[in-house]
Ligand binder design. Sequence first.
Ligand SMILES: [Zn+2]
Length: 240
Amino acid sequence: MKKLFLCLLIPLVSFANPIPLGHPNKGRLEFGRNLSRLIKENSEILRSVSPIEFQYGTSQMAAALLEIGTWGSALQRVPVWIGDISKKQGRKLAQHLTHQRGLDADIAYLVHVPKMTGHRFNKFHNRFTEQFGLQGKLGENFDLEANYQLLGHIVAELEVTSVYVGCGIYDALETHDKKQTVSIMKNIFAQKGHEDHFHLRLKCPQGVPQCSNNWWTDPSKTHKKKKKHSASASEKYRDC
Ligand SMILES: [Zn+2]
């Protein structure tokens, strides 16, 4: 009887499903899955540019990365470079406000020719090598069509709350988007600091009530802060 119990217990422990908890900016991860291993096992479509300890995530993130690699492959722009996701147990990661629950990932833009060295090449994490959309120039190596297609798949086919791209990149994507019959821009936002990668945020998986898609605000500080004049409903978030 004891043996049977152990046989049943061991698979449960080793395959425990990752559970994201809390808010995007204040959360943690239980049973975080090693996505660095997943990336390595799929090296024809994905490439890691962050250390193992910064690449843990949920099952949904694992599936999303494989989809992204597959779309990158169809666009002949692989491997897709994957940077920071989360620590094994989540919580604060380096300078990031988010990346606390295995639901956020930093991913390089698709380029015509991958640049093997560059501005963050020697860093510990997020070793991205090229920035785009600065000083009014998108950059010749930025594959606008391929990035537009990839982001289109991401927002349409994954359970995404938001995608953040650099401001100049956003403007180029938006110009391209206006020529299309259906817009993909609803959940894509301009935010400075995303010149060398885009930030993907997945929704909380269903059935996890302790996981919130909403931002956490410190209740002890809210009364001191003057309420910001709220943007009109038609005004889109933009941090440039
Ligand atoms: Zn990020």
